[in-house]
Design a protein around this ligand. Structure first.
Ligand SMILES: [Zn+2]
Length: 656
């Protein structure tokens, strides 16, 4: 793994650049990303370009053998442009964003697209063959600040065209959307609205298609730039820096966005997450979006500036975060940013250097990490035997109609992931439609939309010995977001051997538990419960309370050589022991017990050895009892089965 920094030479005097470059090289960095917010300097007036300062900075960095990732500058259109041309998005009330920050332009605005193409073309023609350019980053954080969906008239026209392509005729659209409901039958394409603010909810089919359209709009906007890079700077890999997964950062389908990229990168600010398991999930999602190693293009280097409370970042945490990236398969970790800013919106955001140019503790932790890395053989994450299958359309459909206020697709995914993570199981997070060959266990969290081809693939997987878990709210709706006319889960009820008789959204004051057949074990659930009627499946768990007491909560169906498990309710730990056993997950877990928030990642060493990377995310020391002796590669000690990890410390262990 290589390290780098995000650097803004335009924010510092030019006579400082050589010092910065020397310091970066001395620290042992490989990559520098720059340029992604510099439009107003690169094109100071309409059609007048100045790339000389950027080229000088690039040459200075290149003289220190640093490799450069150049960001295209389109995330922050300059004031002259927004002043003379209307390129800004309209919000859900139809009102324009104010210019003056970033991400305020519309992907479907023809003028924004034209000006974007021009600045990117000029940049590429001037610097595309610079020998230090190691890659390109398109724009910056599409969709950040909830800007993934725009409600302007350009978008409305483009949406209507998008719908014509998808449905071909209005008859088909009216049928697919069920527009007979609330008198919404369309007789001209031009009648179809954007889902701006209305007295009551818009048609959920329109809402889902609008989300698909908005996502496609950014994929197409990105492709506009990618085509230019391929032409003018061939053979340089192209990426975009993704956001970590949250309910408000899922506006763009990252699988679709990844299809045109050479590699995915993401911006890892762990303090915005639900905990170290959530950061681990993000890493695994990033690896899954393209099915290959990825980068961290912005790594939190210390305190950030945008939370209500910007928590202190204690010593060793930046090194620990870097190790977590290494363990999950990151090819590079790039710290945001080299030096803290003296002006602008992020003055309170830390860098590896302070505003005055002095070194922070994080700088020393980066140096520490690089010393570590030089002392151990290369390690790689062992390929996963468990896959979680996710899909943006399911995510969106469940956001549109959560039915229960706290229902969150991401929380379902995260809860499943957390149980696997806590047992040290390496997991891949891949697309619902991806191949699942080679996995032993496949988990499909709440696949709300029906897909017959996928159901067939899962059936074959189980017949051939695979272990499948599907959770509640499965195969309820057709792809256009209308309810199936078949018994639920529609089209996989035979595979699962069960039908859903009723579904219940549970308010916070209704929590229950479900017991196993002997009554010896009981597992709490909340938020969602389905009353199951097994057809060929064997009941695994039964409800304990309420009027649905004794009805079935979870089942397993033996099919061919494998088993298909259905979880009908949202267990507080979504993989309670009974389901865990039905899926045979113990044989895939690390064979020793893990203290809370100690992460274990099974690794292979380059010289053929096997081992484990242990990360202590706690503020206290933790001791791990290994099942067999291991050598700690970072410490020169004899083999042992007892490893004590200091707070936020790591161990790379090779089994004897
Ligand atoms: Zn728009």
């Amino acid at each position: 793994m290589k390290l780098g920094v995000d650097y803004y030479p335009e924010q510092w005097p030019a006579d400082r650049w050589a010092t910065d470059a020397q310091m970066m090289a001395e620290l042992g960095l490989t990559y520098v990303r720059l340029g992604e917010f510099a439009w107003s300097l690169l094109e100071p007036a309409d059609g007048q370009f100045d790339f000389s300062w950027l080229e000088r900075a690039m040459t200075i960095l290149a003289n220190e053998n640093l490799k450069l990732i150049i960001g295209t500058p389109t995330a922050a259109p300059p004031p002259w442009l927004t002043h003379q041309v209307d390129i800004v998005q309209r919000n859900v009330d139809g009102l324009p964003w104010s210019p003056g920050s970033r991400r305020h332009a519309c992907a479907n605005n023809p003028d924004y697209r034209r000006y974007s193409q021009r600045i990117v073309t000029e940049l590429l023609q001037r610097l595309g063959d610079h020998p230090a350019v190691a890659g390109w980053q398109i724009d910056n954080e599409f969709g950040c600040h909830a800007t993934g969906r725009c409600y302007c008239d350009h978008c409305r026209a483009a949406f209507q065209v998008w719908l014509q392509t998808r449905y071909g005729s209005l008859d088909r659209l009216n049928q697919a959307w069920g527009t007979v409901f609330w008198s919404a039958t369309y007789t001209e394409w031009a009648q179809i609205p954007l889902p701006r603010t209305a007295p009551a909810q818009h048609n959920p089919s329109l809402l889902l298609d609008f989300r698909r359209f908005a996502s496609d709009s950014w994929v197409a906007y990105q492709r506009l730039q990618i085509d230019l890079v391929r032409r003018w700077s061939p053979n340089r890999p192209i990426t975009h820096n993704y956001l970590g997964g949250n309910e408000d950062t899922c506006e763009i389908d990252y699988f679709d966005l990844a299809a045109d990229l050479d590699f995915v990168s993401w911006d890892n600010y762990p303090q915005g997450s639900a905990g170290p398991h959530h950061v681990a999930l993000n890493h695994d999602m990033m690896r899954g979006f393209k099915g290959r190693p990825y980068w961290v293009m912005e790594q939190q280097p210390g305190v950030v500036n945008w939370h209500p409370y910007n928590r202190p970042v204690p010593p060793h945490l930046v090194r620990l975060w870097t190790y977590q990236g290494l363990g999950h398969g990151a090819e590079a970790v790039v710290y945001f940013r080299w030096r803290a800013a003296r002006y602008g919106q992020e003055q309170y955001h830390a860098g590896l250097l302070r505003q005055d140019g002095s070194l922070t503790g994080s700088y020393r932790e980066v140096a520490h990490f690089l010393r570590d890395l030089a002392a151990v053989p290369p390690i790689s994450r062992r390929p996963a035997k468990v896959a979680i299958l996710i899909d943006y359309a399911d995510w969106w459909a469940l956001q549109i109609d959560p039915h229960q206020h706290d229902f969150s697709y991401l929380k379902v995914v995260t809860s499943i992931y957390q149980d696997l993570w806590a047992a040290g199981i390496n997991v891949d997070v891949i697309r619902r439609s991806d191949s699942i060959d080679g996995y032993k266990v496949v988990i499909v969290p709440s696949p709300n939309l029906i897909d017959a081809a996928q159901a067939l693939r899962w059936q074959q997987f189980v017949e051939q010995g695979g272990r499948l878990l599907v959770t509640f709210r499965a195969f309820v709706k057709e792809q256009s977001n209308i309810w199936s006319d078949q018994p639920l889960p529609a089209g996989i009820d035979t595979l699962l051997g069960v039908q859903v008789e009723d579904y219940l959204g549970l308010p916070p004051d209704m929590r229950g538990a479900a017991r196993n057949a002997s009554g010896g074990l009981s597992f709490p659930y909340w938020r969602w419960a389905e009353l199951l009627k097994p057809t060929t499946a064997q009941p695994l768990l039964f409800y304990n309370q309420f009027y649905w007491r004794d009805q079935v909560a979870a089942t397993q169906n033996k099919v061919g050589q494998g088993v298909a498990v259905y979880a009908g309710c949202w267990f507080e730990h979504l993989l309670p022991q009974t389901l865990w056993q039905a899926l045979g997950l113990d044989e895939l877990a690390v064979p020793f017990s893990l203290p809370n928030d100690v992460e274990a990642i099974a690794i292979d060493l380059a010289d053929g050895g096997e081992g484990v990377l242990l990360l202590n995310h706690n503020a206290e020391p933790k001791t791990v009892h290994l099942h067999r002796p291991g050598v700690s590669l970072l410490l020169n000690l004899p083999p042992t089965t007892l490893i004590t990890l200091q707070p936020r410390d790591v161990a790379i262990l090779r089994y004897e």
